[in-house]
Design a protein around this ligand. Structure first.
Ligand SMILES: *[C@@H]1O[C@H](CO)[C@@H](O)[C@H](O)[C@H]1NC(C)=O
Ligand SMILES: *[C@@H]1O[C@H](CO)[C@@H](O)[C@H](O)[C@H]1NC(C)=O
Ligand SMILES: *[C@@H]1O[C@H](CO)[C@@H](O)[C@H](O)[C@H]1NC(C)=O
Ligand SMILES: *[C@@H]1O[C@H](CO)[C@@H](O)[C@H](O)[C@H]1NC(C)=O
Ligand SMILES: *[C@@H]1O[C@H](CO)[C@@H](O)[C@H](O)[C@H]1NC(C)=O
Length: 587
């Protein structure tokens, strides 16, 4: 086969006039940069172990690559998160903060000037052939998909709203051509089939004498629910997977599963404990999610085998991740996302490729903001001048201290995706007052979540089940000295200051927020910042706050925007002799 290819090229070249032969030879300057395949699932969590049920993905990607075990989305909802992935910018910078206009969706992405400012566009400009199949953005509809069409792709086949989340009856557009209504095909299989077609094209286009590397994104809708919001139903499975996982149940042995006492703040506090009817429904919901992922699992194998057969696997990077996570039953929550709980923000990330250690795991806190810069670096492109809010993922053991923070954000209303949410607790499956700023810290010796809500509540919660800052009247007074033997407020002051920096950061301030507070570089981590010499500085910082619960990013109601900078003089408090540093709680 290879011989025929070379022979074919030779015949073609020798048949051309000499001047053309020279031109072809010049064009044949082979671009050896690696290919990139990006597999993006929809709403796949880490905690209910979907990836563990994907034997082929484990075999072909996890065992052959590196898994980032503390990888987070920065905004737990599809479209804003995808915009974060493809632009490398946080939602407060893209201002695409929702799934529909006026605050989000495809029209907002276009309106905010991103159609020629995203990864595929840059890769294509640099000589990559680019392909996308599956769901791209919410709000990309049968009416607006070509007004204008997405730029940056040589070939695309996109699922369109309002039928994106129909597993067997959906609408798609090939290269922004007329809408096709597809009936009777299973959506994740359709996406897979198109992926193979694009892969064939990419391989062919890459071997026409002027080799071009390719960037292929495969974005099936699995395991997203069928439909959306309170009328959403469990996803559908392909016929061949219908009988799997009959005995599966959502793990009951996590402390946050349908707990006896409520958790969280704002509307989460009001949720009722779920009864057996609802829990049975939820178990089947999760079974369907796992079944729907089996189609994705088969696709992963096919993609790898096809790359191998074409002899390019060794020069191809493959990424596997999800736009955001998912909860079902944890914290008494009906199926859904949009919160700052681990279930919602932690997502799988596996990376296989040349030079990527096999069967390894990484523990640094990483986020979706890091993916675009990572891929830019793989493609040999400059990423410093793109205003990325992340940095390329590190594969080596970190020589310096690892990054431990991820800023989390959300605006507007949360939705449950289950009929059982309607009526429960007096809600109808939509939960206003879901605007918050969060901070995930994952260090070697400590991990916690801090958040400030538009309801003027805040959370500090190592395990997210015991809010140390609960202000609900029925709660016991918050303990003052659980984390260190120093007052809890000292820690809260640091966390709040870090959140203040991250909630409006740009560029390297997002990856190195402590430097914004301590420009001389003496503070690189929360632990460094806990030094009591900074107590006065942190106590005096403006505090993160909201004037109201807005549906989008309205800076005017988001409290202070500027933080103080440490300059060493007059900012110390006298050290309290009782306040010994004791971090044993975290160990
Ligand atoms: C974000 O977009 C909304 C809707 O267009 C607008 O009202 C708001 O002012 C924007 N926020 C920023 C910070 O630009
Ligand atoms: C892909 O698109 C780019 C930009 O339009 C173009 O230069 C390149 O030739 C296209 N590749 C193929 C295989 O058509
Ligand atoms: C929960 O149960 C599963 C399955 O029995 C087990 O693998 C896991 O380790 C348990 N987790 C905890 C936190 O006990
Ligand atoms: C279980 O809870 C749901 C939702 O609150 C409620 O509608 C239903 O009636 C309950 N079922 C039983 C058997 O109590
Ligand atoms: C739920 O109730 C709110 C008002 O509380 C209303 O604005 C919204 O349209 C309702 N949503 C649904 C899905 O019924």
């Amino acid at each position: 086969m290879l011989r025929n290819g070379i022979l074919g090229l030779w015949c073609l070249l020798s048949a051309l006039p000499t001047s053309f032969t020279a031109a072809a030879a010049a064009a044949a300057a082979v671009d050896e940069r690696p290919n990139i395949v990006f597999i993006l699932t929809d709403d796949q969590d880490v905690h209910m172990s979907g990836l563990e049920h994907m034997a082929l993905t484990r075999k072909y990607l996890q065992d052959k690559g590196t898994s980032f075990e503390r990888h987070y989305c920065t905004v737990s909802i599809c479209c804003p998160s995808r915009v974060n992935i493809w632009t490398g910018q946080l939602s407060h910078n893209t201002n695409v903060t929702a799934v529909h206009p006026p605050y989000g969706g495809y029209p907002k992405f276009i309106q905010n000037g991103y159609n020629d400012k995203h990864l595929a566009y840059w890769l294509q400009q640099s000589g990559y052939n680019t392909y996308y199949t599956g769901k791209m953005y919410n709000g990309q509809t049968t009416k607006n998909y070509d007004k204008p069409a997405i730029k940056g792709y040589n070939e695309s086949d996109l699922l369109l709203d309002p039928l994106t989340y129909q597993y067997y009856d959906f609408a798609a557009t090939r290269n922004a051509g007329p809408v096709r209504n597809v009936g009777g095909e299973y959506s994740p299989d359709f996406t897979a089939k198109t992926a193979y077609e694009f892969l064939d094209l990419a391989l062919r286009n890459g071997h026409d004498g002027a080799r071009r590397p390719f960037f292929l994104t495969v974005a099936p809708i699995a395991p997203h629910c069928e439909g959306s919001g309170p009328t959403g139903r469990p996803p559908q499975a392909a016929d061949r997977h219908k009988d799997l996982y009959k005995d599966y149940r959502i793990p009951r042995n996590t402390s946050n599963f349908n707990p006896d006492s409520p958790s969280g703040v704002s509307w989460v506090r009001d949720l009722e404990q779920m009864n057996d009817t609802v829990m049975d429904f939820n178990d089947e919901y999760q079974r369907q999610r796992l079944r729907s992922l089996q189609s994705v699992d088969e696709m992963v194998e096919q993609v790898v085998l096809r790359l191998e057969e074409a002899g390019v696997l060794d020069n191809t990077h493959i990424f596997y991740t999800s736009d955001n996570g998912y909860h079902i039953g944890q914290h008494r929550l009906h199926p859904g996302k949009m919160l700052g709980f681990e279930e919602d923000i932690r997502v799988p990330l596996v990376w296989r490729g040349p030079g990527v250690p096999e069967g390894h795991t990484r523990q640094s806190a990483t986020s979706h903001s890091d993916l675009a810069p990572t891929i830019m670096r793989i493609a040999g492109l400059s990423y410093d001048d793109r205003e990325f809010d992340g940095a390329p993922l590190e594969l080596e053991e970190e020589t310096t201290r690892r990054r431990e923070h991820v800023g989390i954000e959300f605006w507007g209303t949360a939705l449950a995706e289950s009929m059982w949410s309607v009526g429960a607790g007096g809600y109808n499956g939509t939960y206003p007052k879901n605007t918050y700023k969060g901070l995930r810290i994952e260090a070697e010796k400590y991990g916690l979540y801090y958040s400030v809500w538009c309801t003027r509540e805040s959370e500090l919660d190592p395990g997210q089940m015991n809010n140390l800052l609960a202000t609900h009247p029925e709660d016991d007074a918050p303990p003052t000295s659980i984390i260190t033997s120093r007052p809890l407020q000292r820690l809260v002051d640091r966390l709040d200051a870090l959140t203040l920096v991250l909630k409006s950061c740009k560029g390297s301030t997002c990856t190195h927020p402590w430097r914004a507070l301590h420009p001389e570089g003496e503070v690189e981590s929360l632990l460094d910042a806990m030094d009591s010499r900074y107590d006065g500085f942190y106590e005096g910082q403006p505090k993160v706050s909201f004037d109201e619960c807005a549906p989008g990013y309205l800076v005017g109601v988001e409290g202070p925007q500027e933080h103080d900078v440490y300059h060493g003089r007059g900012q110390e408090l006298r050290r309290n002799a009782d306040e010994d540093d004791d971090w044993s709680f975290w160990l």
